[in-house]
Design a protein around this ligand. Structure first.
Ligand SMILES: Nc1ncnc2c1ncn2[C@@H]1O[C@H](COP(=O)(O)OP(=O)(O)O)[C@@H](O)[C@H]1O
Ligand SMILES: [Mg+2]
Length: 256
């Protein structure tokens, strides 16, 4: 049953077909199948070591799958523009503004319009007053907003966010959540991991639940939190499922 209503929606923007990832003889992602559509905020949750970050890196093209295929499409054809925001932003030893113009340069944006686009992106996330400040001396929350502004300047069709607020205080976390919704309202596909279940409830339109290198379910958020489809997800929501990566996935049964 799980995922059927969403799976029947046409026009997938990102599809994982039987994707596995192995290292040192260990299966870290086990035949993952997932179809994401342009609509909605997809929140990936699951215990530590489940493979959430791995899945995002594979989907974003930072890692090559050991087997299987990842298909990206935009409006039925073409390659979607993608951006990714990490738990700890990767910033250059340059000003905030230069961090954004540099990203635009890499994307091939002509020099004469880079600065203007970068300034608009900084303004969108309340960073205009920090434009000339070295990015490395910004606070954690400001750095994350800069990473979001840099992503915004790239006008991604899909934005991946891997635990973007887990190193931040509540106010900065709120700013990140607001920023996610700014992208969402613009039509950007949101794919985000979090270990904060409150945040998952606030943001998710659909939940992908992972455990032990497996994608166990993809369920509309409205039903996931009340009636998760798998035993493992139910245990996770009760706070009972905290598996270390080396623990066996076999006791987990699914009906999917
Ligand atoms: N590039 C890699 N090489 C080897 N092992 C990895 C690599 N990336 C992740 N892992 C391992 O894969 C498992 C899943 O990691 P990760 O995706 O970071 O989990 P999560 O984000 O769900 O906490 C962990 O056991 C981790 O140590
Ligand atoms: Mg992770």
């Amino acid at each position: 049953m799980s995922g059927l209503p969403l799976a029947s929606v046409p026009d997938p923007v990102l599809e994982l077909r039987n994707v596995s990832f192995m290292r040192s003889g260990k299966v870290l992602l086990d035949h993952g199948n997932l179809m994401l559509t342009q609509q909605g905020r997809t929140i990936i949750i699951g215990p530590n070591g489940a493979g959430k970050s791995l899945l995002m890196r594979l989907a974003h093209g930072l890692l090559e799958p050991s087997s299987g295929t990842i298909v990206c499409r935009h409006n039925g054809s073409g390659t979607p523009r993608q951006a990714m925001v990490f738990q700890r932003p990767v910033l250059l030893r340059r000003s905030s503004l230069a961090n954004v113009t540099h990203a635009l340069a890499l994307r091939g944006v002509p020099r004469r319009i880079r600065r203007n686009q970068a300034e608009q992106a900084l303004a969108r996330f309340g960073l205009t007053h920090l434009a000339q400040r070295p990015a490395r001396i910004l606070s954690g929350g400001e750095q994350q907003r800069l990473a979001l502004a840099r992503a915004w300047a790239l006008e991604p069709d899909i934005l991946f966010l891997d635990e973007p607020s887990s190193a931040l205080d509540p106010a900065a976390t709120k700013a990140v959540e607001d920023a996610v919704n700014v992208f969402f309202r613009k039509g950007t596909k949101i794919v985000m991991t979090t270990h904060d279940l409150g945040q998952a409830r606030r943001l998710a339109d659909e939940v992908v639940f992972m455990c032990c290198g497996r994608i166990l379910e993809r369920t509309p958020a409205a039903t996931f939190f009340d009636t998760p489809t798998t035993v493992a997800a139910a245990a996770f929501l009760r706070g009972e499922l905290v598996l270390a990566p080396w623990e066996s996935p076999t006791p987990l049964t699914t009906n999917g």
